[in-house]
Design a protein around this ligand. Structure first.
Ligand SMILES: [Zn+2]
Length: 290
């Protein structure tokens, strides 16, 4: 069992590994990536509380980053809302991918920050979280397994903008500024994502290029984006981690998650999406009856 110092070192190693990966390099060339101001600054009272955990170290102050195409016209922006045609369904869908990528999942148990920024300065290992829990319900920190630097979140967001804009019946706002270059950026990134998952025999788009649930394989519909994360609707889209969330590595980065229906995510469970274990399990189950 790793102690918190070792766990943080292991986690930080995964951040550096991503920074030298080809996917990091690919996305960095596509997006502007300029900083948009500080996000995730912890309050002194939060840090005082989190600091009661053994070997707690506050993470560096981080920012939000521009995800418009490199060399874009006009002001920087941390989202692509303008690119989506303004109807209520698409607004909600865009909001949903913002929440998934930039905020931690909502949960009530202490000491995890409910819907905190993913780059919140106080991130606790599981053993640290357990210690803090003794001090009562609080929201002084996020779990280390949910932490991701601001630039990595912007990379992950670009993946999700591809999944959203490749959904059947998605409508672009053709009058938005930088429309052509945003479209080009998304097309470039889609080819990259597609080649990556096809190579691993885990297609994420169907033959016509529409987004599918990466596990079940059904074509995603616009309505599937319009469901709250806690909804029980089986087709609603969730943040499908490729590798199960862990305090040992960062999983919110490009190629770290794929569009999964709630049903698909349940079937996958804690298995590695890229591994064959869950596929073999399903095959064994079906062979009992078919
Ligand atoms: Zn910019």
């Amino acid at each position: 069992m790793m102690n918190s110092v070792q766990q943080n070192l292991t986690f930080d190693k995964s951040l550096r590994q991503y920074e030298i990966s080809t996917s990091y390099c690919h996305v960095n060339k596509l997006i502007c990536g300029k900083t948009l101001g500080i996000v995730g600054k912890s309050k002194a009272t939060d840090t005082l509380m989190a600091g009661r955990a053994t070997d707690f170290v506050e993470r560096p102050l981080d920012s939000k980053y521009c995800c418009l195409p490199d060399g874009h016209d006009g002001k920087c922006a941390g989202n692509l809302a303008e690119f989506c045609a303004a109807n209520p369904l698409q607004k909600k869908a865009h909001q949903k991918i913002m929440t998934m990528n930039f905020q931690t999942p909502g949960n009530d148990y202490a000491p995890n920050k409910n819907r905190g920024c993913r780059n919140f300065q106080n991130a606790l290992t599981p053993s640290q979280a357990k210690e803090i829990r003794h001090f009562g319900k609080t929201s002084c920190a996020i779990p280390l397994s949910e932490y991701s630097p601001g630039l990595f979140q912007a990379h992950s967001f670009l993946d999700w903008m591809v999944y959203l804009s490749s959904t059947e019946n998605f409508k672009y706002n053709t009058t938005c500024s930088n429309f052509e270059s945003i479209l080009f950026m998304l097309e470039q990134h889609k080819s990259y994502i597609r080649a990556h998952f096809d190579r691993l025999n885990r297609p994420v788009f169907d033959t016509e290029g529409f987004t599918i649930c990466a596990v079940v394989g059904n074509r995603v519909e616009m309505e599937d984006w319009n469901v709250s994360p806690c909804s029980s609707k089986s087709k609603s889209i969730q943040f499908g981690h490729v590798r199960a969330r862990s305090p040992d590595y960062c999983s919110v980065l490009s190629l770290g998650a794929v569009a999964m229906s709630r049903r698909g995510n349940l079937i996958l469970g804690v298995h590695d999406f890229l591994g064959d274990e869950w596929v073999i399990e399903l095959k064994n189950i079906s062979s009992r009856f078919l």
